[in-house]
Design a protein around this ligand. Structure first.
Ligand code: ARG
Length: 715
């Protein structure tokens, strides 16, 4: 293992002159491996200004936002900027038809008006450490089978040791498919308050039609504030908490960007799979992605009907709808681009080269044949997992019912009363949230269609035996049978009413639960998966794990001149590159910046996705852009860079060579939707809101110049 680490390091060191701006780099290693290249591209800061443990650095202004996004601190009073779509849930939850901040926007006039958001948190990385040696040492002699459990044990031990006597959170992350391990120490803040948001006709302008696409005209931002106790320490919500004083906050550059300018993005990319095998990509393209899309289609259509009928209901469903729709379109785009860019054959070529390299090397020569074997066994059952998570559990009431599975398992024969009670308590805690946006009629429709899709697409011999019970329902056609079955479920299940659900939880009974038509169905489908398919899924994962690890290690040995970076895994990373236009297809060139002119071109008051507030139109007509306009008098809206980001980077700061904020990353582009699997230099771009648009929207549209006044503007 020592030797491996040496090899890893050597290869990283040998790497220079990398062309593409590919790579999500670990901040701790920037000084060693990337700094010279960053400087050559236009960085003016020292490595210590990027990442330091003892003195403040850029990293102290970057927050992991609520587990799924990134934010940045932009004032000495803990003001946090992130995307509108990252604050969406908090904004929608705080909206009612009477006080509709989602549609109308909101700016707190003072600290007292900022809205505490229950459950929201942000974390700031204190330090990063390479713990590969220690982990690899403790893994010595451990078999592949024992490895996952052993790893958990090692992580737990390390985390507890590091945590001891501190108030920090600690996470160990696996890198390079298990060839390296890094530790991240965080300070976590839980008193987070909403400061402001533009109306969604600005923050989500273009809606799902424009989502994942350039040219874009979305003002995708919202603002929060971190509160701390009087000693500036992280603390739970308290009315007398005060705005947090950060170690660092980003100055804001209002001078604007032009093509070729240096740009780096610091944040928490969620997941990429850049070392995926060709079989995995083929499976995604042919089976998994289209299935997810079709299953989500059903949900989205049914919800849309509800949302179009009633404003209050629209507000209740908006956040769930947006999140399902976001990845619905993602999978459509990913499939399209994986095909267009012929990624499977490109990967096969790479694998063929690896195969040649591996011949005669005991470490590597069986990797690809073992992978093929694993996929041959897995492929026929690969949809089981998708149908369970996106299908059966995609029905809201079923998801609620699934919370009672641990109760059923533990209440049977009084196996474990404490565990059974715990499940009941957890389900009860969900009730408020669940029933406040539960639409049984839509849910019933969704259930009927999902069951029918399952019936039509899962091979008969793989279907849950419970299907026979369902098919006994009345009806001339299968469609009618599924509809009648669903009708019966929603008429009879106690889960369909909050009152009955709570009555059950207050006097739970195993017998009653398994007799419930919703729970019985969920339990049966879940058990079919657990008994008949999970073992095969686990076997597949166990078979692929060591091969993927060997593959990545082998690739490094094979390409000593290449710099390797680990896949995204929700840990802090930095990507650097520049502002750059692109050509999406032959004879078409996309410019690198959009302006408010484009908002007006797309403006369509009859289409809610392209509506815009009257005040914005008035400001546009009066050319009242304040100090935020471009030299040519236009109002910039968004720009693109060639940075390497993915989901989770949403809300990340785009930072110039001097460490100043120039924009806010919020999306990827359609032509590179395959980006989580391969980085395509020609097409891959990051879409960012121009910081000048953000400031204009706060100051002029929002009428909140006091918020801008908190920031340090560089003019
Ligand atoms: N595609 C963006 C991302 O995943 C989210 C955009 C949200 N907007 C929307 N129309 N759903 O970061």
């Amino acid at each position: 293992m020592k030797k491996l680490l040496y090899t890893l390091t050597t290869f990283l060191l040998l790497s220079t002159g990398l062309k593409a701006d590919e790579g999500m780099w670990i901040p701790l290693l920037l000084k060693k491996y990337n700094y010279e290249q960053m400087k050559a591209k236009g960085l003016k800061l020292t490595p210590e200004q990027l990442y330091d443990v003892n003195n403040s650095s850029l990293k102290d202004a970057i927050v992991w936002f609520n587990g799924g996004c990134t934010g940045e601190i932009i004032s000495s009073k803990g003001l946090v900027l992130t995307n509108h779509h990252c604050g969406y849930d908090a904004i929608a939850t705080n909206s009612t038809p009477q006080n509709n901040i989602l549609d109308n926007g909101f700016w707190a006039k003072n600290n007292g008006e900022e809205k505490p958001i229950a459950g929201m948190w942000v974390s700031i990385v204190q330090r990063i450490e390479d713990v590969s040696d220690r982990v690899q040492n403790e893994l010595k002699g451990v078999s592949e089978k024992e490895r996952p459990a052993k790893l958990q044990e090692i992580f737990k031990k390390i985390t507890e040791e590091v945590k001891k006597g501190t108030k920090y959170d600690v996470l160990v992350r696996e890198m390079f498919k298990g060839n390296a391990y890094y530790l991240f120490v965080f300070q976590r803040f839980t008193d987070i308050r909403l400061v402001g948001t533009p109306p969604q006709s600005v923050g989500k302008f273009g809606g799902d039609a424009d989502n994942w696409m350039w040219p874009r005209h979305t003002g995708d931002f919202s603002m929060f504030r971190i509160y701390a106790n009087k000693d500036n320490e992280a603390a739970g919500y308290a009315p007398d908490n005060i705005p947090y004083t950060p170690k660092h906050s980003l100055p804001v550059n209002t001078k604007g960007v032009k093509e070729g300018d240096y740009a780096m993005i610091y944040g928490f990319p969620g997941r990429t799979n850049r070392y995926e095998f060709s079989q995995g990509i083929d499976l995604a393209v042919e089976k998994i992605n289209p299935t997810i899309v079709s299953l989500r289609d059903i949900r989205l259509k049914a919800w849309k009907e509800v949302m179009d009928k009633n404003e209050g209901d629209r507000l209740k469903l908006s956040a769930d709808y947006a999140s399902i729709a976001n990845y619905w379109k993602y999978y459509i785009g990913q499939t399209e681009q994986l095909k267009r860019l012929k990624v499977v054959s490109f990967k096969k070529e790479a694998e063929a080269k690896f195969y040649d390299f591996s011949k005669g090397n005991a470490q590597y020569e069986n990797v690809l044949t073992n992978v093929e074997k694993a996929y041959v066994a897995y492929r026929p059952i690969a949809l089981q997992r998708v149908y369970l998570s996106e299908g059966i559990f995609g029905v809201s009431m079923n998801a609620m019912a699934s919370g009672l599975i641990p109760y059923a398992n533990n209440a049977k024969d009084n196996k474990d009363t404490a565990a059974a009670n715990k499940a009941i308590k957890a389900s009860l805690a969900n009730a408020e949230d669940f029933y406040s946006s539960f639409f049984p009629l839509a849910d019933e429709k969704i259930l009927a269609q999902i069951l029918e899709m399952y019936y039509n697409n899962i091979p008969v011999e793989q279907q849950a035996p419970f299907m026979a019970t369902i098919l006994k329902s009345k009806g001339k056609t299968n469609t009618e049978k599924f509809q009648n079955y669903a009708k019966m479920v929603y008429a009879k299940s106690f889960l369909a009413s909050r009152e009955k659900f709570e009555a059950f939880c207050n006097a739970p009974s195993y017998k009653k639960l398994i007799a419930d038509p919703c729970f019985a169905m969920v339990y049966a489908f879940n058990n079919n998966y657990l008994t008949n398919y999970k073992p095969q899924v686990d076997a597949f994962t166990a078979a692929i794990g060591p091969e993927a690890r060997a593959y990545v290690r082998g690739l490094m040995e094979m390409n000593p001149g290449k710099t390797f970076y680990p896949d995204a895994n929700s840990s802090l990373r930095l990507t650097y590159g520049s502002v750059q236009a692109y050509e999406p297809k032959d004879a078409v060139k996309f410019d690198y910046m959009t302006t408010l002119d484009g908002v007006m071109e797309k403006y369509d008051p009859k289409n809610f996705e392209f509506n815009a507030p009257q005040k914005l139109i008035d400001l546009y007509n009066a050319k009242d852009f304040g100090i935020y306009k471009r030299a040519d008098g236009k109002m910039p809206v968004a720009f693109i860079t060639n940075n390497d980001i993915t989901g989770g980077n949403s809300g990340s700061p785009v930072i110039d060579g001097e460490g100043q904020l120039i924009g806010l990353a919020f999306d990827g582009n359609w032509e590179a939707m395959s980006g989580d699997i391969v980085f395509d230099e020609k097409y891959k771009r990051t879409i960012n809101v121009d910081i000048r648009y953000v400031l204009f929207l706060i100051d002029k549209l929002g009428g909140a110049p006091h918020i801008v006044a908190e920031m340090k503007l560089i003019q």
